[in-house]
Design a protein around this ligand. Structure first.
Ligand code: PDD
Length: 282
């Protein structure tokens, strides 16, 4: 049984308990992060902690810990659970209070973290690419906040799975925003297009790295959402997340994307991504 972290303590997962009055449980009132760990080292931790702060600010919650305290806790948790490659999940909710939509005062936030073995990305996803479907973006207006209220995302992802696809690509007002649990990219005539960082998308930490790697490699990037017609005609499509890295999409609503195989620019970025991981750069 793995150890988890709850409100300042490490304890076996089956002994960690949260009140039924926790606002995370009753109202979905909380935010979260998912951080990959390679060879015992957190990947791009500073970016995740910065985004956690932005999410907390966005829902008017105080950060219970300093970045240094978060880092120390996460490193201890990873260590306790055997190091290696892990995925750390952390969540902060507004805390325990009588149910009321209005924020309670003087309540301590609930801070929780767990770590689990990071599932390796299946080789076939990279060899063949993955299938996606397009769906209307039914989420709220603050998708830049990594909120625990994931019912729309969950419904969308389930619909993708029901249709034999890995992800749902979301369309808002005729434009591609992102995936239900990933950022999305279209390559058109050698240029990478991805939606800009605004309230319509989560500012992915993997996205940030991909854009850095593209810039270093001299591949042009335009942070602009593509419309549905451009999406259908793109030479390459990709999705990215901390747990899936960067994956080529080769089937869009049952139709082949570009040549129908993972494209050359994806291959170039994937090599650079894997090299960056190997270097153990944080
Ligand atoms: N989700 N967009 C959405 C809606 C996401 O849920 C995620 C990741 C991303 C990619 O962000 P990052 O590169 O920082 O992982 C984009 C995580 C993995 C999850 O909810 O499990």
């Amino acid at each position: 049984m793995n150890d988890v972290f709850l409100n300042g303590q490490f304890l076996p997962a089956d002994q960690a308990q949260v009140s039924v009055f926790d606002r995370g449980f009753l109202l979905g009132d909380g935010v979260y992060e998912v951080i990959p760990v390679y060879a015992g080292r957190c990947f791009r931790l500073a970016g995740h902690l910065e985004r956690l702060q932005t999410s907390l600010d966005g829902v008017r919650m105080k950060n219970p810990y300093s970045d240094h305290d978060w880092q120390t806790m996460i490193e201890q948790l990873v260590d306790r659970n055997g190091g290696g490659d892990q995925s750390v999940y952390l969540q902060v909710t507004r805390g325990v209070a009588p149910r009321d939509h209005v924020f309670p005062t003087g309540v301590k936030p609930t801070a929780f973290a767990m770590s689990n073995p990071l599932q390796p990305v299946p080789e076939k996803y990279k060899k063949q690419g993955v299938a996606v479907i397009t769906m209307p973006d039914i989420r709220w207006q603050n998708c830049n906040i990594k909120a625990i209220t994931l019912l729309p995302n969950s419904l969308l992802k389930q619909q993708a799975q029901d249709q034999g696809a890995l992800e749902a690509l979301l369309i808002r007002d005729g434009f591609l925003t992102e995936g239900a649990a990933s950022n999305a990219y279209a390559v058109i005539e050698g240029t990478i297009y991805t939606a800009p960082k605004d309230e319509k998308v989560l500012p992915g930490i993997t996205r940030e790295l991909i854009l850095e790697l593209a810039e270093e490699a001299g591949i042009p990037v335009i942070e602009k959402a593509v419309n549905e017609a451009q999406l259908k005609q793109a030479d390459e499509l990709w999705i990215s997340s901390s747990t899936k890295e960067v994956l080529p999409v080769t089937l869009l609503d049952g139709e082949p994307v570009g040549s129908g195989s993972p494209g050359p620019i994806w291959q170039q970025i994937d090599v650079l991504y894997q090299q960056y991981k190997q270097r153990g750069t944080s």
